[in-house]
Write a protein that binds this ligand. Structure first.
Ligand SMILES: N[C@@H](CCC(=O)N[C@@H](CS)C(=O)NCC(=O)O)C(=O)O
Length: 206
């Protein structure tokens, strides 16, 4: 059976769990990382030398890096659904996965760490402000891309939405000022109405 190591408060683990739940894959979830520890053990280092979550073991095939895991699960178990058969539609979805990890999540990092994980008197306000500005700029790029679209690559939920919605959840839950993004908000509601995010993206930021 598919095994997943992680903690549900991690944006990278959330992506994997959304994919697993969209694909209705039987699995065992092993709490790891943050308060659960485990990542510091020699056994875990053999699975992932980075000592980070998520990690999966699918019948002996071990994989780390959240986007690679989502792509693997979708390609193996979700052809025609999460993994579009059309190469152009798939590349469109795939490109947003890279954008999520390198652009939006990267931009949001200092604001998330500063506002959610740092006591008020220790916060780097300038870094947080820059991060908010950069995250909002990227959100407006996504807003533009979602104009007239039900999902990021067209009419069906794909790997692109899986990655993006975890960052959208963070961006919308951060205590910051945000620009108006009606298409993004409607898309977020559409994704959140599905069963997969329940209990995963409904947790408060931590
Ligand atoms: N690029 C990696 C990043 C993995 C990563 O940094 N994971 C964090 C959680 S988001 C982690 O394991 N931190 C240590 C911990 O939680 O103990 C991925 O996308 O999987």
């Amino acid at each position: 059976m598919l095994k997943i190591w992680g903690r549900l408060t991690s944006v990278n683990v959330q992506k994997v769990m959304l994919a697993v739940r969209e694909l209705a894959l039987p699995h065992t979830f092993i709490p790891a990382g943050g308060p659960f520890g485990v990542v510091d053990t020699p056994e875990f280092a053999k699975l992932n030398p980075n000592r980070t979550v998520p990690v999966i073991d699918d019948g002996g095939f071990v994989l780390w890096e959240s986007n690679a895991i989502v792509r693997y699960l979708a390609a193996r178990y979700g052809v025609g659904t999460l993994w579009p058969e059309d190469a152009c539609i798939r590349a469109d979805a795939d490109r947003w996965m890279d954008w999520q990890a390198t652009e939006w999540q990267g931009a949001m990092g200092p604001a998330f760490l500063g506002l959610i994980r740092t006591p008020e008197d220790k916060r780097d306000k300038a870094a947080i402000d820059t991060s908010i500005k950069r995250s909002n700029t990227r959100a407006l790029i996504l807003e533009q891309a979602l104009q007239g679209r039900e999902f990021i690559a067209g009419r069906h939920l794909t790997i692109g939405d899986i990655a993006l919605v975890s960052s959208a959840h963070r961006w919308l839950a951060l205590p910051i000022e945000r620009p108006d993004t009606p298409a993004l908000a409607a898309w977020y509601r559409r994704v959140m109405m599905r069963p997969a995010p329940q209990g995963v993206l409904t947790l408060p930021l931590e």
